[in-house]
Each structure stands twice: as structure tokens, then as C-alpha cells.
Design a protein around this ligand. Structure first.
Ligand SMILES: Nc1nc(=O)c2c([nH]1)NC[C@@H]1CN(c3ccc(C(=O)N[C@@H](CCC(=O)O)C(=O)O)cc3)C=[N+]21
Length: 297
């Protein structure tokens, strides 16, 4: 039987597991606070930010909402970041991506105080992760580590194939799987749009992390019997349903499920974990900033 890895359930466990740390912070008179900054009218971005606010409310994290006109000058965004950096009551800052074209995304990533960079995108935090001493692990790869652990997947010595080389998923995921750690020690191959024979690589993998952003690009034919499939894709595909779209992963679920030993669904797999690990990082940020030792799940 294929194990369907339930991201909603594991994410709920993470949220519940944060209660101890929240209590320690409350004893010290501290409430973790996440500021989200949205500079977009994209309905998907708006949905994601509002989900993050709901999650914060559930665990008792204060969420502050900053919204900027997508046409506003980039300096307004930079000034907002500076203000949040300087505000000691704000522990975490998330600037929702993607940003408008006239905004320099790299400047934004550099500008967020690395101590408040709960996305883990600041160059200092990227460097620390690559060097094996992460401060904040980026939420999606961190969530995937939790999913693998929840399904008792042993990464040590496993052949892991990461499909996609983005800075937010593919690269940090490959690094984490490679690291000398409980959730690492894999032999990692990173594939991308120029990979000569993708199917040959994925067929040789014990673990496939699909994060290319191409709907249903990996099907059962490309997988080996019993492998573990983590589907990071969250693609909105237009349909003539009431919602107008359907979410599909980077994996063709039906055929992949027949081959895989374990697989994450879309929705309800990696997405909820990404949000849960944002809370995790925010609670860690609050503990560090307030000098409170917190026990994280
Ligand atoms: N600075 C920044 N940090 C991010 O972490 C970030 C970002 N920008 N920009 C966009 C991406 C995307 N992302 C998602 C997180 C959770 C779901 C999620 O929870 N998805 C649900 C379904 C959501 C739905 O129904 O639309 C699921 O897969 O079950 C989706 C997408 C975070 N991102």
C-alpha cells in the first residue's frame, strides 16, 4: 500500500507542538510577532498571506499586515522593511514573493534584518545553511524534512533527486539532504530544465523532490517501485469549475501513486508544511530576540 503523507496532519502537529515554546515566551512576557508585507494584487498571493495570518492566530502569534500598492515606488517597500527591522516588537518579517518588476528583489532579500528573516532568504542565512549551521531553514525544505521524518524515511545513504534549482526550494533542499545530519546524509542529484535525461535520473532515485513548477511533469513511468515522492508544485490550472482553477502538483499523482511507496498529495502535502514552518521560524526568532530558551517541535 502506498503511504499518502498527510501534510495537513503533520502541519497541525507542528502547530500544536509550538505550544510549549509559546508558554515559555508568555512566561517571559513575550508574544511572537510576524509582519507580512504584500506588494501585489495577485489573488494567489493574497490567499497565501491571509492563510499565514489565520495560522498565526491559531497558535497565538501576533500577525501584522502591511500592504503596498504594487505601483508604489520601490523605496516605499525598502522604507517599510527598515521600519520593521527597527521595531523590537516585530520578530519575523516576510515579504511575499513575487514582487513587481520595478522592485529589486535581491535588495529586498539583503535589506531584511537576517535575525528577522524567517523565510531564510537573506544571503547571510543562505551562507549559514550551506555551511551547515542554519539559523532559519527556508520553510518549504524544512517542512519537507518534517514530512520525511513523519513517514520514517531514512535519508542516510539514499539516492535523492531534487528536480528544480530555485533559491527557495531546490538549492536549500539539496543542501539539507546532503548535510551530515539525521535528515541528511543522502547522495543528492539536482536536476533542472537542461538535464539531459531526467527520467533516467528520477528512475534511479529512492527519494524524488519535484520542485520545478511544471504541472504534472513527473509521472509513474519516471519513478522506481517503492520510491518516496515529495511534490512541491502548487500549480493553478484553469478549469471550468466554480473556482475557475484546480491545484495540481509537479507530479502526475494517479500514475505516481501506483509506483511510489510514499507520496505527498497536492493540495494537502508540502503547502501546509511551508506555512507551519514559517510559524516555527517566527517562534524561534522570538525566542532568540527575547533571550528565552524555547523547545521547538
Ligand atoms: N516570501 C515568501 N515566502 C513564501 O513562503 C512564499 C512566498 N514568498 N511566495 C509564494 C510562495 C508559495 N507559498 C505557499 C505556501 C503554502 C501554500 C499552501 O498552503 N497551499 C495549500 C493550498 C492552498 C490553496 O488552496 O490555494 C496546499 O497545498 O494544501 C501554498 C503556497 C509560500 N510562498
Amino acid at each position: 500500500m502506498t503511504d499518502i503523507i498527510d501534510g495537513n496532519a503533520v502541519a497541525a502537529e507542528v502547530r500544536t507542538g509550538l505550544a510549549d515554546a509559546m508558554d515559555s515566551l508568555a512566561d517571559a512576557g513575550a508574544t511572537p510577532c510576524l509582519a507580512t508585507v504584500l506588494m501585489s494584487d495577485d489573488p494567489a498571493s493574497e490567499t497565501y498571506v491571509s492563510m499565514k495570518h489565520n495560522d498565526c492566530e491559531e497558535v497565538g502569534i501576533e500577525a501584522r499586515d502591511y500592504e503596498l500598492d504594487p505601483e508604489a515606488p520601490a523605496d516605499e517597500l525598502y522604507a517599510t522593511i527598515d521600519e520593521l527591522n527597527a521595531d523590537p516588537s516585530v520578530h519575523g518579517i516576510l515579504v511575499q514573493m513575487p514582487l513587481p518588476d520595478h522592485v529589486d528583489e535581491r535588495e529586498v532579500l539583503r535589506r531584511v534584518d537576517p535575525a528577522k528573516d524567517v523565510d531564510g532568504f537573506h544571503p547571510e542565512n543562505v551562507g549559514r545553511l550551506v555551511a551547515g549551521h542554519p539559523r532559519y531553514k527556508p520553510c518549504t525544505p524544512h517542512g519537507i524534512q518534517k514530512l520525511l521524518a513523519s513517514a520514517d524515511v531514512d535519508t542516510e545513504g539514499a539516492d535523492a533527486v531534487v528536480v528544480g534549482r530555485s533559491n527557495i526550494v531546490g538549492k536549500p533542499m539539496a543542501n539539507l539532504l546532503l548535510q551530515k545530519s539525521e535528515t541528511g546524509n543522502a547522495t543528492v542529484t539536482v536536476c533542472h530544465s537542461r538535464t539531459a535525461d531526467l527520467a533516467a535520473k528520477t528512475r534511479a532515485a529512492d527519494i524524488v523532490v519535484a520542485a520545478a513548477g511544471v504541472p504534472e511533469m513527473i509521472d509513474g513511468e519516471m519513478l522506481s517501485e517503492g520510491c518516496v515522492v515529495i511534490d512541491v508544485g502548487i500549480n493553478r490550472v484553469e478549469t471550468d469549475t466554480e473556482k475557475g482553477y484546480e491545484l495540481v502538483g509537479d507530479v502526475e499523482y494517479e500514475s505516481a501513486k501506483e509506483k511510489a511507496g510514499a507520496i505527498t498529495p497536492v493540495p494537502g502535502g508540502v503547502g501546509p508544511m511551508t506555512r507551519a514552518m514559517l510559524l516555527w521560524n517566527t517562534v524561534k526568532a522570538a525566542g532568540d530576540a527575547e533571550g528565552v530558551a524555547v523547545d521547538l517541535p
